[in-house]
Design a protein around this ligand. Structure first.
Ligand SMILES: Nc1ncnc2c1ncn2[C@@H]1O[C@H](COP(=O)(O)OP(=O)(O)OP(=O)(O)O)[C@@H](O)[C@H]1O
Ligand SMILES: [Mg+2]
Length: 535
């Protein structure tokens, strides 16, 4: 791999990269940085956690002219949390050059954002809806924008952001540099690329499987009613440093987070019905380790980079292979290993096989963890906690009493009693979750069709890309079309764009939070010919 010195970057950027601990470039960075520095439009695809943010961030910052007082670059992201995170990475990379960047997302006080915009940031990182709000209020002007980046471009399409993106890009000069990035590039991205990119270079560093290689993937077949018990046992057995548990709906996430808390786990939920403050708080606690289990809808599936996430558990099977790839990609990042477990009910097995086929990776079947394994796991954890205290803390204040107790009691019994106390046992609490419907695959729709030109080694030929010619097909019209979402159960937050002066297209996508199951069908309805059915 190339070192960053070899790209001919400005010293200020090299210094930032060194401070961030990057020693050499990752494969996607090695390929895209030189092209992007030349100003080539590109579609960049590389596995989750392989540094795509810096792959666009570094050349972007290199190109920014510090004399520029107007917005010269725009980065669009599908979720607020991702916009915040990308902004932080850009801030770190641009620190020594003195780059001014600003995240702009829904749910945050717009007046505060307007004030921050007065400081003349050169780079804006935002979610499409709130960006449009500012454009309509004329608090953001794009006529000097030279570079546009769409992070998780495919997801923004799926979320129904096409109209918003089109409206935004119409205001950016045509003479611009545009780049798309994602770990997954379904064929529908071609349309977006054709419309917005000029003669793009397809840069793909996806070897043979789409999911990141350092993730150990397993599934457990079980019944809906067994899921919670299995989850507690898994958490006890595996003792994750940090874990993300994905649930299908907001209701599921709420119930699951509460149930885990009752059982004594430091868990909190994240979904789109929470206020932005609550969302920020949960993310902060997860990042600083004050909670170690994050229960989330797919709002957390894309792009989030939290170091220390050793486990991802799909409590509910994801709707589609892309979602699976991104969800499990929250672990096994930046060269670290990770473990992903997926719960599958018997009726969902076909769907799991479909995911395996599309991602070209066999997911190994594991038995339900036994109670004995869970207990053993918990006990081991207690022993580790004790040893940790032994090594890191002075225990003087307990020593006097310890000596006294040891004079009266057997040392092994004493330690065992202390361990029992530390381990705790909340297993007796009876937890009942509202069942979720199984996801089922409609087999005939998985027919293999030749995908024409594959985008950068996507899911590969023969994988039967179900979306081709499907919901994004020609029938959906052009600029004012409603790009149908491929599923109805995903959640990005009904209030994801704040609700202040939202564009009509965004508003139409909103869906109340009080629909059955508290499911967010906020964006366009599923087309009946979609391949994945949530019955
Ligand atoms: N060259 C590098 N050396 C070491 N670490 C790096 C390097 N480049 C990026 N990283 C770190 O790797 C982690 C993952 O990077 P990033 O979030 O950009 O991945 P990604 O490819 O965008 O993943 P996703 O598809 O999930 O969005 C981050 O913590 C980032 O700081
Ligand atoms: Mg990313």
């Amino acid at each position: 791999m190339k070192t960053f010195q070899e790209f001919g970057l400005e010293p200020a950027i090299l210094r930032a990269v060194t401070e961030m601990g990057f020693e050499e470039s990752t494969p996607i960075q090695e390929k895209t940085i030189p092209l992007a520095m030349e100003g080539r439009d590109l579609i960049g695809q590389a596995q989750t956690g392989t540094g795509k943010t810096a792959a666009f961030g570094i050349p972007l910052i290199h190109k920014i002219n510090m004399k520029e007082e107007r917005i010269s670059a725009l980065i669009m992201c599908p979720t607020r949390e991702l916009a915040i995170q990308v902004a932080e990475e850009i801030e770190k990379l641009g620190r020594f050059k003195g780059i001014r960047s600003l995240p702009i997302y829904g749910g945050q006080d717009i007046v505060k954002q307007i004030r921050a915009l007065k400081k003349k940031p050169q780079i804006i990182i935002g979610t499409p809806g709130r960006l449009l709000d500012h454009i309509n209020r004329k608090t953001i002007k794009l006529d000097d924008v030279q570079t546009v980046i769409l992070d998780e471009a495919d997801e923004m399409l799926d979320m129904g952001f096409m109209d918003d993106i089109q409206s935004i890009l119409k205001l950016v000069p045509e003479e611009r540099h545009t780049m798309l990035f994602s770990a997954t590039m379904p064929t529908n991205i071609q349309r977006l690329a054709q419309q917005f990119l000029r003669n793009p270079e397809h840069v793909s560093v996806i070897p043979k499987q789409v999911s990141a290689p350092l993730i150990d993937q397993a599934y457990i077949e079980l019944h809906e009613k067994q899921k919670f018990e299995a989850l507690s046992r898994l958490l006890d057995m595996e003792a994750p440093e940090l874990a993300i548990i994905f649930g299908r709906t907001k209701r599921r996430v709420d119930e699951l987070a509460e149930a885990l808390q009752k059982r004594g786990y430091a868990a909190e939920g994240l979904h789109g019905d929470l206020s932005q403050n609550q969302r920020d708080n949960v993310m902060r606690k997860f990042r600083d380790g004050s909670i170690d289990v994050l229960v989330a809808t797919d709002v957390a599936a894309r792009g989030l980079d939290v170091s220390g996430v050793t486990h991802v558990i799909n409590f509910d099977l994801p709707q589609d292979p892309e979602s699976y790839v991104h969800r499990i990609g929250r672990t096994g990042r930046a060269g670290k290993e990770g473990t992903a477990w997926t719960f599958v009910t018997p009726r969902e097995i076909d769907h799991l096989h479909f995911i395996e086929k599309v991602t070209r990776h066999k997911i190994s079947k594991k038995p339900l963890p036994s109670l004995a394994e869970a207990i053993e796991g918990k006990q081991k954890m207690t022993a580790e906690r004790i040893l940790d205290v032994l090594q890191n803390d002075a225990q003087f204040e307990f020593k006097g009493l310890a000596i006294q107790m040891l004079e009266q009691y057997d040392s092994v019994n004493l330690l065992a009693a202390a361990m029992k106390l530390l381990t705790g046992d909340k297993k007796e609490l009876n937890i009942e979750l509202t069942p979720e419907d199984p996801i089922r695959a409609r087999k005939k729709k998985f027919d293999v069709r030749s995908s024409g030109r594959r985008v950068g080694g996507g899911y590969g030929s023969g994988s039967g890309d179900r979306r081709q010619g499907g919901g994004y097909g020609s029938g959906s019209g052009s600029s004012n079309s409603r790009y149908p979402r491929k599923d109805g159960g995903r959640d990005y937050g009904s209030n994801r764009e704040g609700g202040e002066g939202r564009s009509s297209s965004s508003r139409n996508r909103e869906y109340g939070s009080n629909n059955p199951g508290n499911r967010d069908r906020s964006r366009a309805p599923r087309k009946s010919e979609d391949t994945l059915v949530n019955k």
